[in-house]
Design a protein around this ligand. Structure first.
Ligand SMILES: NC(=O)c1ccc[n+]([C@@H]2O[C@H](COP(=O)([O-])OP(=O)(O)OC[C@H]3O[C@@H](n4cnc5c(N)ncnc54)[C@H](OP(=O)(O)O)[C@@H]3O)[C@@H](O)[C@H]2O)c1
Length: 286
């Protein structure tokens, strides 16, 4: 068994890689910059969803004991329609003997629905071994992505989430579920909502960061349009800036307000609480 992790420099794949390393399961990280950007010492291969000539690269990698790639973790690229590229890699992988696919999707993904919902439907129709992960919003959005700079520089978090409650999840807990979906003897052949243990508003997140970091962090409430403008300034393409602000407005209306025990059920331990996660990640805001 060997596992191919696309999104190879990203938040979830690097954490899955650590779990695989600890379990002595061979893996390969793949992305445009994985060879230089993956954690030091981890095997990596150049792979670009927008350049199909790179798709063979991971399959040419020589694992130490001649293992073959048996499962692939799929993270779609941020393009309008990632489905053709994902289908092309899945075609190739199946032709190379890959049996299992684990897709990182989102809360709103549905089988047969738009975007990667099409890939979910393909798994079902083709009788492939699969698992679709539908995580809620990542805690790492505050430490590695869109909110990091403003928390550090201004003590502020800007969103159009209003007072919407979200069961924020740590990437480590998503990785723990993905690890099982990729390596369990029995394929999951289903989706998992991957949710954290507490429903929190962004005001509550700001208060928890304030007490954890010992300085005031404030949540600034924006309109959907103001939030889209901020995402544009962050460099997101038009469509994604609008999608992100749409998701924030949907969260304000309660779209993310749900609970589930998938992390504990699948990984055997409860997901991290936000306060614990802040304590573990304090370095990020120094
Ligand atoms: N953040 C959230 O709150 C949230 C919530 C639910 C779902 N999600 C989903 O989570 C996924 C992101 O996962 P993540 O956070 O683990 O990753 P991430 O940290 O956002 O990193 C994205 C990864 O994709 C790679 N990548 C980007 N464009 C690529 C391309 N053209 N070809 C090959 N690789 C490419 C990047 O590596 P290189 O730059 O080296 O290519 C990087 O490794 C997205 O699908 C998002 O919708 C996120």
């Amino acid at each position: 068994m060997a596992i191919l992790l696309t999104g190879g420099t990203g938040k979830t794949s690097t954490r899955i890689a650590r779990l695989l390393q600890d379990a002595n399961i061979p893996f390969l990280l793949a992305s445009r910059n994985a060879e230089t950007g993956a954690p030091s010492g981890m095997p990596a291969s150049k792979f670009d969803w927008l350049d199909s000539s790179t798709f063979e690269n991971p399959f040419h990698y020589e694992f130490p004991n001649g293992e073959r790639i048996s499962a692939v973790y799929l993270i779609a690229p941020a393009v309008t329609d990632p489905v053709p590229a994902l289908n092309a890699l899945i075609d190739l992988a199946v032709s190379k003997g890959v049996k299992r696919f684990v897709l990182l999707a989102g809360s709103s993904t549905e089988p047969g629905g738009h975007h990667v919902g099409q890939i979910w439907q393909r798994f079902i129709d083709a009788g492939l071994e699969f698992c679709v992960l539908r995580p809620t919003w990542f805690m790492e959005n505050f430490s590695e992505w869109q909110h990091l700079a403003t928390i550090k520089d201004e003590g502020k978090i800007y969103t159009a989430c209003g007072d919407g409650k979200i069961p924020f999840i740590s990437a480590m807990d998503i990785a723990a579920v993905a690890f099982h979906a990729l390596t369990d003897g029995k394929p999951h052949n289903t989706d998992h909502r991957v949710l954290g243990p507490e429903l929190l508003t962004h005001d509550e997140i700001a208060a928890k960061l304030s007490s954890g970091l010992g300085r005031e962090i404030v949540h600034v409430k924006l309109s959907e349009e103001e939030s889209a403008q901020r995402y544009l300034k962050l460099g997101l393409p038009d469509q994604f800036a609008n999608f992100m602000s749409y998701l924030e407005a949907a969260a304000a209306r309660g779209d993310e307000e749900r609970s589930d025990n998938a992390v504990e059920r699948i990984s055997g331990r409860p997901p991290l609480k936000f306060d614990e996660w802040v304590q573990q990640n304090k370095k990020a805001w120094q």
